[in-house]
Write a protein that binds this ligand. Structure first.
Ligand SMILES: C[S@@+](CC[C@H](N)C(=O)[O-])C[C@H]1O[C@@H](n2cnc3c(N)ncnc32)[C@H](O)[C@@H]1O
Length: 316
């Protein structure tokens, strides 16, 4: 199976731009109390990317704390190390290349082992979780921030430029389910992994398993002035632009996984064609409405979970 290189431009964009508006600051405050974070903890972030979880939670554990970021991408780690010089003050942050299937840390090493949008990309997520548990101290904390993206595809979007007909929305969801089945079958991970994690944690012998869902609600409306609204506007404009390269990439992945999941080529082309005709019409309306500041869209909340658990105080 071909592995993704997350330092590639189109993927890196996700872990840079999307992260700015991923979790609300007050939710992070609340999660840090819920997880009982303490200053001086030793934390390991697996599949750390640019170190997002490190800088996001630093103020809750960084005073005398140690953050270890591990990732398979050397290019991302180099950048993560540079960025950390600005946020890892009062403690230490270091980065190491490796695989989550064989973590380069001894048993009982960390107070807190975490990951975000890693398990959803792995062929063997339970094996990864076993490793995370191995390196965590008895009584220590595990946190997994992962999505249920298949459910997200059921989310309604209400927009001034028109919403897709109900029948197509059902078809979209059906196609997403088939696509996700194919993606998993081909070893690219479970797109709805969040729903599996509590039971996986139980099977790893973890206790006090608990889960919360990201409480961000998504809407954009004039005058598009807050940073969040500006970001959504930019994203909407980008998605309407003809980016042939991205389009080709997205479509070929989609087709490959959809067919592997049991979808037919004819249903794929039929649906893509009508969506593309609809999008062409939307594009024109969107531009006019943004210009006269009447464009708006609401699309509910995200299905993105923060799941935590503890190791028992002693290993059996
Ligand atoms: C979606 S990114 C998430 C990055 C970061 N956790 C964040 O939320 O911004 C997934 C990351 O996992 C890394 N990764 C994927 N498979 C891995 C593996 N088997 N071992 C270590 N890292 C891996 C990728 O290189 C990438 O940086």
């Amino acid at each position: 199976m071909k592995t993704k290189e997350w330092s590639d431009k189109h993927l890196k964009k996700l872990i840079v731009e999307q992260r700015k508006f991923m979790w609300r600051d007050d939710s992070i405050d609340m999660y840090s109390r819920w997880m009982d974070l303490r200053q001086g903890m030793t934390a390991v972030d697996v599949g750390c990317g640019l170190g997002y979880l490190g800088w996001t939670y630093w103020k809750f554990f960084g005073e005398g704390g140690k953050y270890f970021g591990l990732d398979e991408s050397a290019a991302l780690l180099e950048e993560a190390d540079c960025i950390s010089r600005e946020w890892a003050l009062g403690g230490t942050a270091s980065f190491q290349q490796g695989t989550v299937y064989q973590l380069p840390y001894p048993d009982d090493f960390a107070d807190w082992t975490m990951c975000q949008t890693l398990l959803m990309h792995l062929e063997f997520p339970k094996k990864a979780l076993d490793e995370m548990v191995r390196i965590t101290k008895p009584g220590g904390l595990i946190m997994c921030n992962e999505p249920d993206n298949v459910s997200s595809s059921l989310m309604q979007a209400i927009s001034s430029e028109g919403s897709i007909p109900d029948e197509w929305a059902f078809q979209n969801h059906k196609m997403m389910k088939i696509w996700a089945r194919g993606r998993k079958k081909l070893g690219h991970g479970d797109y709805s992994i969040a729903l599996q994690i509590p039971m996986m944690m139980h099977d790893c012998g973890l206790i006090e398993i608990d889960s919360r869902c990201n409480d961000t609600c998504n809407f954009i409306q004039p005058p598009y002035e807050t940073p969040r609204q500006k970001y959504f506007l930019k994203k909407a404009e980008e998605s309407l632009k003809d980016r042939e390269e991205d389009k080709k990439r997205g479509k070929s992945d989609f087709k490959e996984f959809y067919i592997a999941g049991g979808g037919s080529l004819s249903s794929y082309y039929r649906h893509m064609k009508r969506i593309s005709v609809f999008n062409e019409k939307r594009k024109k309306l969107h531009r006019e409405q943004v210009e006269n500041k009447s464009w708006h869209r609401s699309w509910g909340a995200s299905s993105f979970f923060c799941i935590k658990a503890k190791l028992p105080a002693s290993r059996v």
